[in-house]
Design a binder for this molecule. Structure first.
Ligand code: UDP
Length: 235
């Protein structure tokens, strides 16, 4: 295994699955659990940040007459709902897990305490970080970058439905080509939308590599954790 400790970022939207008929598709939870288990079985320590976009995003608030900050908190709570669903799925597959929240809710999960999170990881527990960083105006990408730095993870693995970073949006521009590797500087200059600027800057300044890869392709997470070429490495 190339990486001892990874931080996996999953989008909330991906939980809806292909048909988007439900907020949380059990088939996606099943697939994620199998992928994560295969990596855990190789001894890799795994932290996870999951988004909330399948339920609510702060950016939607104003159109609904909801205050933006209130909307952001709604979004953060949505990530806890997703975290709980993922936690159950992982446990059903025999993994030990902890859900830690950036907003205190003791009946549901532990508060985020950095040293405790590291201890859980050392013991082989999969740690899911819910409720973002606990502050409005941030995203779960920024949470992923921050928690990865705080827990001394070796890499941020951004699982998406595309197999890496392209010269243009491959779903719109069929001639777009994929980058295998990029430097932070190149990604910045080319204005490639890898993560939001806060997240991107945190990774760049702390020399924390990012790998963007297709989480829906079977065996891909293991491949990435082994250091095999799959997706785009930004370092
Ligand atoms: N959010 C926030 N602070 C954080 C993390 C998330 O306010 O530290 C809110 C924000 O409104 C965001 C929502 O939670 O829109 C859901 O997260 P995100 O949009 O990043 O989820 P994803 O797009 O990955 O599903």
């Amino acid at each position: 295994m190339k990486y001892k400790r990874i931080l996996l970022k999953l989008s909330g939207e991906a939980l809806q699955g292909k048909n988007k008929t439900t907020n949380i598709d059990p088939a996606v939870l099943e697939q994620y659990s199998e992928e994560i288990k295969a990596v855990r079985e190789q001894g890799v320590e795994i932290a996870i940040v999951i988004g909330g976009g399948n339920i609510f995003r702060g950016g939607q608030a104003e159109a609904l007459g909801i205050d933006r900050v209130q909307g952001d908190y709604m979004g953060m709570l949505a990530t806890v709902v997703n975290g709980m669903a993922l936690q159950s799925a992982l446990e059903r597959h025999g993994m030990y897990t902890r859900l830690m929240s950036g907003i205190k809710m003791e009946q549901v999960c532990e508060p985020f305490i950095r040293r405790r999170a590291i201890r859980h990881l050392e013991k082989g527990r999969i740690v899911i970080f819910g409720a973002g960083i606990g502050n409005p105006y941030f995203t779960t990408d920024s949470t992923a970058a921050l928690r990865a730095i705080e827990t001394q993870s070796n890499v941020v693995l951004k699982g998406t439905r595309v197999d890496g970073v392209y010269t243009a949006d491959p779903e719109k521009v069929p001639t777009a080509t994929r980058y295998q590797k990029l430097s932070f500087q190149e990604a910045y200059e080319k204005n490639l939308n890898i993560m939001d600027m806060t997240a991107f800057t945190l990774c760049m300044e702390n020399k924390l590599p990012i790998i963007v890869f297709d989480m829906n392709k079977k065996g891909n997470l293991l491949k990435v954790a082994k250091g095999e070429e799959a997706g785009t490495l930004i370092s």
